[in-house]
Design a binder for this molecule. Structure first.
Ligand code: AMP
Length: 415
């Protein structure tokens, strides 16, 4: 191992300050938007028992079959770095008895997620998702609210080329009947399907809609559609969600082939895409998962939510967060003055003034140049028993008889 060049692992990246500031700005916008709609922040562990994802995401999904970072801890327990957020949030909902709170319980999260995928632009092995979950009610207003919150987040971020695709998957019973119908149809045209789709006809025929294999796509164009098989109460639910979106002037395309990658969705499913992204056009998506909490061992509990990729939102948007220019730069004429400078910087900060000081041994001339480069509004020069404040806009310099007076001048220039 000695001598090798150390690099971040494949599919991961470092967030440097410029990018970090954009991410912080986006996160603050999320906290404000979701807080105003009654969603409280929640954090769950980044690793969970592997079983949670097997039960909560679905044994037949790509995520569980191919993409999980799974490992054994020293006691032999199988753990997995979380590939998505909903299963963990629902586990926490149950574990903390949140089903006994007034419903729905509305939560939002932000954090790292992990999938062992082939890295490419916009697709990483560690990425960041923001998401919301509203658990404990099947009201269509929650579906519409969830969709509109993501639409608003993307609009506020200035995301380009955004489209919303919408569909309904009905209830598990409808889906089972429909799946049988689809299986029969697919078996009837097996020869035209891709090897992968063929191998999954029995386990998960719906996934055939996701295929990018041309032969499969042609078969799927003529396939029976789930939207035409919805039970009356599900069709009504879907109509109610659409009416709320229409009232809000939210545009969408009904896409009967929309199949989310996870098994637990019921009724509403949706996805926001952006033309500004390449092949990986999904910005965020989600839907209703009325069977999930029960599948995890809880009482029957409806829920709806979504997750969106922070890296992808930032790729298609214009969230700006420039470096902050300090109000004052405290310069020193000699090394001996650094204790005084250090005290002044702390005093200034406690008064709400953003202050930096010389910390690299530059000459006074070098310090003034540096203060100019970082855009300091003023420079407080600590000298041999004397203090000066220079206005960096005009170049005027004033003497101060005391630290208090010097700080007063700085505040005056900052105001
Ligand atoms: P999903 O949980 O698959 O519906 O993903 C929700 C969103 O997370 C997607 O629309 C992407 O924006 C983002 N996302 C999913 N997987 C990745 C990945 N491997 N790299 C970057 N972003 C991702």
């Amino acid at each position: 191992m000695a001598g090798g060049k150390l690099q971040a692992p494949r599919g991961t990246f470092d967030v440097l300050p410029e990018d970090g500031r954009r991410r912080s700005a986006l996160r603050n916008a999320c906290a404000e938007l979701f807080g105003a709609a009654g969603y409280g922040p929640v954090e769950t562990p980044i690793f969970e028992s592997t079983d949670l994802f097997a039960r909560g995401v679905g044994e037949t999904t790509d995520i569980v079959q191919k993409e999980m970072f799974t490992f054994e801890d020293q006691g032999g327990a199988s753990l997995t770095l979380r590939p998505e957020g909903t299963a963990g949030v629902c586990r926490a909902y149950l574990e903390h008895g949140m089903h006994k709170l007034p419903q729905p319980v509305k939560l939002w999260y932000w954090g790292p997620f992990f999938r062992h995928e082939r890295p490419q632009a916009g697709r990483y092995r560690q990425f960041t998702q923001v998401g919301i979950e509203a658990i404990g009610s099947d009201e269509p207003t929650l579906d519409a609210e969830a969709i509109l919150l993501l639409a608003e987040l993307l609009a506020n971020a200035g995301a380009q080329g955004v489209r919303l695709r919408l569909s309904s998957l009905g209830t598990p019973a409808t889906r089972r009947d429909y799946s049988d119908e689809l299986r029969k149809y697919l078996h009837g045209r097996e020869a035209e399907l891709s090897q992968e789709v063929r191998s999954r006809i029995d386990a998960n025929p719906l996934r055939a809609f996701d295929s990018d294999h041309p032969g499969t796509q042609a078969v799927m164009r003529d396939a029976p559609k789930l939207l035409d098989r919805l039970a009356p109460e599900d069709a009504e639910h879907f109509a109610a969600v659409r009416a709320l979106l229409d009232d809000a002037d939210q545009e969408y395309d009904i896409d009967p082939a929309l199949v989310r990658g996870l098994d637990y969705y019921t009724r509403t499913v949706f996805e926001f895409t952006s033309d500004a992204l390449g092949a990986q056009s999904g910005v965020g998506g989600g839907g209703r998962y009325d069977g999930l909490v029960e599948q995890l061992g809880g009482p029957p509990t409806p829920g709806v939510g979504w997750a969106a990729g922070i890296e992808r939102i930032l790729m298609v948007s214009e969230v700006e967060a420039g470096a902050e220019n300090p109000d004052v730069y405290v310069a020193q004429e000699g090394q001996a003055d650094s204790r005084m400078a250090f005290r002044l910087v702390r005093d200034l900060r406690s008064r709400g003034v953003s202050a930096q000081m010389e910390q690299a041994g530059r000459s006074l001339k070098g310090q003034l140049k540096h203060a100019d480069r970082i855009g300091a509004r003023s420079v407080l020069i600590v000298g041999d028993g004397v203090l000066h404040v220079r206005d960096m806009r005009t170049g005027d310099q004033r003497d101060a008889a005391s630290a208090d007076e010097a700080m007063g001048i700085v505040e005056e220039l900052t105001a």
